[in-house]
Design a protein around this ligand. Structure first.
Ligand SMILES: O=C(NCCCOc1c(-c2ccc(O)c(O)c2)oc2cc(O)cc(O)c2c1=O)[C@@H]1CCCN1C(=O)/C=C/c1ccc(O)c(O)c1
Ligand SMILES: [Ca+2]
Length: 450
């Protein structure tokens, strides 16, 4: 079994493509194999449906060699709420708080209490998220076991961690734990490199637990980013308001956050009644991701890539209990039930766009006053979006004269454009046409000219 490339999501930042993988710790086996069984650990053995220790070590090595940094999803708030299969390594008895394969026992957990009141910060940290036995990370022994688990992954060559349900762990405990994790493996990283932590603190603004509490020692996933872009690109908030997108919208400073449109959780459950975009709304999803990648806000952007599902509990494509990996079709998209959003041309083209325009400011903001916007990035790139009505206007692109491939309607290959060609004149102006009913977006940059 090999570890899947891009199990759950890929995180993109300028220097490297980074890849988040599903929790590598051994989890309980739940009959229907729902996706969230991966979030119910029974031990810190590196053995899951994605592969065993040898497969994990090999995948991380291959990714590092290809310049892709690996970040495992760390589930350290709790242990499984259900019994394992009872076999030696998957054995546990949640009722008596017994997890012999770690080992953990009763004294390593908070006193049992249900988590009902998200308005009480102590309850959010000390009680049981959906009934999951809640580890007491203030205990030295619990910290030792978690640090041991994290150091094992560092030895394999990971670059850092996504910290699952960080909101449910005391910041002081996390800071103490992170501080004890060793420097990154010098086989793959410069000496004295520290792991990069990005923490899941779901905070849409009204929560008693503030995401700022977690900023002193790591980054925080920015849920408001995907929430607001999902609203805007579904027509629920006019695009013209995006002219000051960024901290003026209440988003955290770029270097403190990891921005994204969706994740494994929001694509299924949404938040506050707002549908968070996913592959199921593919046109709007591509527009929102294109905007995220074109805009200067965001130091690290996270792109999701996964498998298709019908019901919200459905787990990954199944091959006799192991995960059925994606095949690759002649058009480079995925098969076997995997969506592989990162292989969609509009998305990987925008990853290149983001790298080409890196470090340039936004300029030449234009809007029709409602649902149509356009802007350039320095003299390197230009984008336009419409949620309603076709764009048909002569606009200032900020770019040098030339013929540019539109990277939304096609790709730049063999020095030709398979999609639209945009002619920019000597003054940087071009006639921009964007069809609202088709792609709703246009993107050009100086490395895709014919
Ligand atoms: O209905 C469910 N859960 C209740 C609603 C989602 O609440 C959960 C949250 C959660 C959701 C929203 C919040 O504001 C929040 O502070 C926490 O975080 C988790 C983290 C875990 O490691 C394991 C979990 O079972 C959960 C979880 O159930 C189903 C059945 C049990 C698992 N599960 C699920 O739906 C599993 C969801 C899940 C799993 C892993 C995640 O990282 C996550 O964010 C959600
Ligand atoms: Ca907790």
């Amino acid at each position: 079994m090999i570890w899947l490339q891009g199990d759950l999501s890929l995180a993109l930042c300028y220097e490297k493509i980074i890849k988040l993988i599903s929790p590598p710790s051994e989890n309980v086996i739940i009959n229907a194999r729902p996706w969230w069984e991966r979030y119910q650990p029974v031990s810190y053995h590196l053995k899951t449906r994605s592969g065993n220790l040898a497969a994990l070590r090999d995948m991380i090595r291959r990714c590092n060699k290809a310049g892709v940094r690996v970040y495992p999803d760390l589930v350290i708030n709790h242990m499984s709420a259900t019994r394992g299969t009872g076999t030696a390594e998957n054995n546990c008895d949640p009722g008596s708080r017994s997890y012999p394969a770690v080992p953990y026992g009763g004294g390593d957990f908070h006193r049992s209490c249900p988590l009902n009141n998200y308005g009480d910060p102590a309850e959010v940290r000390n009680c049981e998220l959906v009934g999951l036995p809640d580890l007491d990370q203030s205990k030295q022994y619990v910290r030792d076991k978690i640090v041991e688990y994290m150091n094992h992954l560092v030895d394999l060559g990971v670059a850092g961690f996504r910290v699952d349900a960080a909101k449910h762990i005391w910041p002081a405990d996390l800071e103490a734990i992170y501080g004890r994790v060793k420097n990154l493996n010098t086989e793959f990283f410069p000496a004295n490199s520290r792991p990069f932590y990005y923490q899941e603190v779901v905070d849409f603004g009204g929560d008693a637990v503030k995401r700022e509490e977690y900023l002193g020692f790591g980054n925080v996933l920015e849920f408001r980013h995907g929430f607001e872009l999902s609203k805007a690109f579904q027509g629920n908030n006019p695009l013209k308001y995006l002219h000051n997108w960024g901290t003026e919208w209440g988003l955290m400073k770029p270097h403190d956050s990891v921005v994204f449109v969706e994740n494994h959780d929001t694509q299924r459950s949404g938040s506050g009644g707002i549908t968070i975009l996913s592959y199921k709304q593919s046109k709007q999803y591509k527009m929102a991701v294109a905007f995220m990648l074109a805009h200067p806000h965001g130091h690290t952007t996270k792109l999701f890539s996964g498998y298709s599902y019908n019901n919200n509990d459905q787990g990954p494509p199944n091959n006799n209990g192991e995960i059925l990996g994606p095949g690759v079709k002649p058009d480079n998209t995925c098969s076997n039930g995997w969506v592989c959003e990162h292989r969609w041309s509009q998305i990987y083209n925008m990853v290149e766009f983001r790298n080409v325009v890196h470090g340039t400011p936004m300029a030449n903001w234009w809007t029709d006053g409602n649902q149509q916007i356009a802007f350039s990035r320095g003299n390197k790139g230009f984008v336009a979006f419409t949620v309603s009505g076709d764009i048909n206007a002569d606009l200032q692109t900020g770019l040098p004269a030339g013929s540019y491939c539109d990277l939304i309607t096609g790709i730049h290959i063999n020095n030709s454009c398979t999609g639209k060609v945009v002619k920019v004149d000597g003054s940087g102006r071009a006639h921009i046409q964007v069809n609202a009913a088709l792609d709703g977006a246009l993107a050009i940059h100086v490395n895709a000219r014919v």
